[in-house]
Design a protein around this ligand. Structure first.
Ligand SMILES: Cc1ncc(COP(=O)(O)O)c(C=O)c1O
Length: 400
């Protein structure tokens, strides 16, 4: 089949971002651009800011950027860390390490807490590192709420408790790129100082728009940071003028899409969105557990409570090629899943289940993956899809 041949029916996108874009969001993005003085454009931007604040449960300022998640990471580093200043990055896997490498490339001194494969953030190690920093040289603690490569969600409340227990003034910075709109998160209750996210996952908008929510303590740290910066600078974006808010022309189509997507989330109800993600994740975990009986697969995250509701990382036994499995799933069964990243490349595959997702869609995905595993001759236990059906029929259970 040539790459451009028409494939009948619906293609299942089960990457953990970009995710499927709802029709309502696609339709909203079809609007023609507006002139930059049009008050309707200001209203769209204000609606996006208000919606993000409501979803994050914060009164902090929200700055949006025409960029991806790496851009939001860069915004945080550029505003908070002058070269030579210290940041503590809590090990969660590929994404904490990527952020650490980016901070180092920008001149920051990075301290890392160790990451144990399959387990959530090492909170005692965070507290120990903060206690050892008697001069309070560490400016911020960076946390990836859901590490999309590990498929692991850590409890940010425990990290806030570690900061409090050590009586350390470092800022708490949380990446919710893969968790917002899927897992519970409340910025102000957590006393997080900075939170960053991107459009292409739980927010159900195409890639290209990211945001940072910044509280007054973080704004003060940024104001005292002498590192030269312009596009990323938070103070420059704290303006009532839409053109200044975006340091130039706003990415209008993505904003129209975000306004629509936030409308969908609040129409369904943020609590219900979270409950739906829990239910669907539970079905995926049930299927993988049943498949694992064959001895060739296992759920990568060992602690059930730390398994993400957005993405499930499946470890494969030696000799199984997850990339070949992905190809068969995509080309023969129209199910796009994700591969392993960083140290997990070649050892895992991932099923994304966040955003515009319903029970029938996840059952279709799981059936396609199961069929691809059979084609590949992978030894799997029987009844994976039936277990998923049973989990969906049984309702919601406790997964973070
Ligand atoms: C948790 C997390 N943070 C940051 C990023 C980086 O985002 P982007 O690929 O949009 O640059 C990703 C990407 O998947 C992610 O999952």
């Amino acid at each position: 089949m040539t790459p451009h041949a028409r494939i009948p029916g619906h293609r299942f996108l089960h990457s953990p971002g970009p995710t499927r874009v709802p029709d309502e969001v696609m339709d909203a993005m079809r609007r023609q651009p507006m002139d930059l003085a049009d008050p309707r454009l200001d209203r769209v931007i204000q609606a996006c800011e208000a919606g993000l604040k409501a979803l994050l449960q914060t009164s902090a300022d929200v700055f949006m950027y025409a960029c991806n998640g790496h851009g939001a990471w860069e915004a945080v580093i550029a505003n908070l860390l002058a070269p030579g200043q210290q940041v503590l990055i809590t090990g969660t896997g590929h994404f904490s390490e990527s952020w650490a490498v980016q901070a180092e490339a920008m001149g920051a001194k990075v301290l890392r807490t160790p990451w144990r494969e399959g387990y959530p953030i090492d909170v005692p190690a965070i507290e120990a590192a903060l206690r050892a920093d008697t001069t309070h040289a560490i400016v911020a603690v960076f946390v990836v709420h859901t590490d999309t490569a590990s498929g692991m969600t850590s409890d940010p409340v425990r990290i806030r408790q570690a900061l409090d227990a050590a009586a350390h003034p470092a800022l708490l910075v949380v990446d919710v790129v893969a968790s917002l709109g899927a897992a519970p998160f409340a910025m102000d209750a957590l006393r997080a100082n900075v939170v960053l996210g991107a459009s292409q996952k739980g927010l159900m908008v195409p890639p290209g728009l990211a945001f940072v929510a910044v509280d007054s303590a973080a704004m003060k740290v940024a104001a005292a940071n002498p590192l030269p910066r312009f596009y990323w600078d938070w103070a420059r974006r704290q303006s009532p003028l839409s053109y200044r808010k975006f340091c130039g022309t706003p990415p209008q189509s993505l904003l129209f899409g975000l306004e629509a997507a936030l409308g969908l989330i609040f129409h369904e109800g943020a609590e219900q969105v979270i409950a739906r993600h829990r239910m669907i994740a539970r079905a995926v975990h049930a299927a993988v557990e049943a498949w694992s009986e064959g001895g060739a697969l296992s759920l990568f995250v060992r602690e059930p409570a730390a398994r993400s509701v957005s993405v499930t990382t499946v470890a494969v036994a030696a000799g199984i090629d997850p990339e070949a499995l992905r190809s068969v799933a995509r080309e023969q069964f129209q199910v796009a899943i994700a591969g392993g990243l960083g140290p997990l490349a070649g050892r895992t595959f991932r099923i994304g289940h966040l955003g515009d997702m319903n029970p029938a869609m996840i059952l279709g995905c799981l059936a396609g993956v199961e069929a691809a595993m059979r084609v590949q001759g992978i030894s799997i236990g029987s009844g994976g899809v039936q277990h998923a059906v049973a989990a969906l029929a049984g309702g919601v259970t406790e997964t973070r």
